[in-house]
Design a protein around this ligand. Structure first.
Ligand code: SF4
Ligand code: SF4
Length: 462
């Protein structure tokens, strides 16, 4: 099979060998979880529980009306101890529901029946129910894109344009991270089933599971699962596609370009070129939501980095402080050697002050970088070498964008594509002058969006 790819990109050191061979281990007996109320891209939620309430595992604990919302569920059974602001994985404070697991029953007391501590939805056949019922299930299970921004999946699966192809994003192009790789190795049948469910919901005639060459060993497992799937046997068209190992191959626009040769237009979405892209973890969460009625209450993530003496791929309840995963011995960290902690991958993740911060629906990994990996380079003057331009897979001119932002010229920044920047960090990585390009673009996009919002409000007030 010929490996496909996109134009531009870079090759940061992969560093996946530390955890790629490690089976996913489940963290058990979590004593306390700190569940952020708002974990998705969209309108804020309200807590539905109060301090002192007994909650069951899977019970809805926060929700709101509105299309761009998904509920949050209790990841463990226990008592609500606090509802208060805590630091979240985006490094800002937000309301969190703290749940303490029930203590073991005292002597002579009867242990509660397991069914009294679980509140899942009834199973639902995705292939027999209506599209509306399927979308309602995806929302009710609190499913969001688990690879990054946490976009509500039920919104993604209700496109206003016809869909020709569902793409399972198995690229996992961020260095160090191996949780999608392990999920494809350990749950290939569920990955295929998740693609089939997505195809059914969006009425797509074709499904493609995209995987980078650096994990090509998982390809035969996927192909076997595709061949034996009852869905493909019933005629659904699903195949696996090898991609070249290159960053940011896992970006939706890059995946679509590599597989279909089509370009998502500026300001557009994958549906504009007939595609829906789904993360591997999200596909498996959808399978669980239909098969078992299980909401999104746990997720897999990779713990790695030079200061991580024992890396790991783990499944932990949402809301578990990462320090608890380490304390349980699933991973080991050389605390004195930590130069930086990052939630997410090293290219697009967020540096945080502590690893007490809980796992969220979109936490694909936590990295403990050593001093060498976290080395900070002083910015030098741009030498106009053009490397950033050649590497930008969105065909932007990062050096010019940076100048526009530095000069506060947001009209120019928007004109030359600031809002098309996917914040992949490739330009910063290749820049010989160590310009802090992506950092400027992240802040610049927030400023530009705020300016546009103000303009809109002023217009509405007229
Ligand atoms: S790569 Fe760096 S030095 Fe080269 S043009 Fe871009 S910003 Fe300037
Ligand atoms: S961060 Fe933005 S400008 Fe830089 S390479 Fe990525 S998409 Fe291009």
């Amino acid at each position: 099979m010929t490996a496909k790819t996109f134009k531009g990109g870079a090759h940061p050191p992969e560093r996946k060998e530390r955890s790629s061979g490690l089976a996913v281990e489940r963290l058990r007996d979590v004593k306390q979880v700190v569940v952020p109320v708002n974990q998705h891209f969209g309108a804020p939620l309200q807590a539905l529980v109060k301090v002192g309430d007994l909650v069951k595992r899977g019970q809805k604990i926060a929700d709101a009306d509105g299309r761009m919302t998904v509920p949050v569920h209790a990841p463990i059974a226990g008592i609500v101890k606090k509802i208060e602001p805590r630091t979240q994985s985006n490094n800002s404070d937000g309301p969190c529901i703290v749940i303490e697991a029930l203590p073991p029953p005292a002597e002579g007391q009867e242990a509660p029946r397991p069914e009294d501590l679980v509140d899942f939805l009834p199973p639902l056949d995705a292939f027999a129910c209506t599209k509306d019922d399927a979308l309602a299930r995806v929302r009710a299970a609190g499913i969001v894109g688990m690879g990054g921004a946490g976009f509500p999946t039920h919104v993604k699966l209700a496109p206003s344009k016809p869909i020709a192809m569902v793409i399972a994003n198995g690229a996992e192009c961020e260095p160090y991270l191996t949780i999608d790789e392990r999920t494809m190795v350990e749950r290939p049948e569920d990955v295929v089933e998740g693609v089939a469910i997505t195809m059914k919901i969006v009425n797509a005639p074709e499904g493609v599971i995209a995987i980078e060459e650096n994990k090509a060993y998982a390809l035969p497992l996927l192909e076997k699962a595709i061949a034996s799937s009852p869905r493909t046997r019933a005629g659904m068209k699903i195949r696996a596609q090898l991609l070249k190992t290159k960053y940011p191959q896992g970006g939706e626009k890059m995946l679509i370009s590599a597989i279909t040769g089509k370009e998502v237009p500026s300001g557009g979405l994958p549906m504009d070129v007939g595609c829906v892209v789904q993360n591997i973890g999200t596909l498996c969460a959808m399978v669980d939501a239909f098969k078992e009625g299980k909401p999104l209450i746990e997720r897999g993530l990779t713990l790695s980095g030079g200061a991580c003496a024992k890396p790991a791929n783990v499944i932990a309840p949402i809301g578990t402080p990462v320090s608890e995963i380490v304390a349980a011995g699933l991973a080991q960290v050389n605390a004195e050697g930590i130069g930086m902690v990052i939630y997410g991958g090293p290219m697009m993740g967020v540096a945080v002050p502590s690893y007490d911060i809980p796992v969220q629906k979109n936490t694909s990994g936590v990295l403990f970088l050593d001093a060498e990996e976290a080395k900070h380079f002083e910015e030098e003057t741009c030498i106009r070498c053009g490397r950033c331009m050649r590497a930008c897979s969105c065909r932007l001119s990062p050096a010019l964008l940076a100048v526009a932002i530095e000069e506060g010229d947001y009209v120019e920044a928007e004109k030359i594509g600031l809002l098309d920047c996917i914040e992949c960090g490739t330009c910063s990585f290749v820049c010989p002058a160590h310009r802090h390009l992506v950092q400027r673009f992240r802040v610049g996009k927030q400023v530009l969006r705020a300016i546009k919002q103000k303009e809109k409000e002023a217009q509405n007030a007229r």
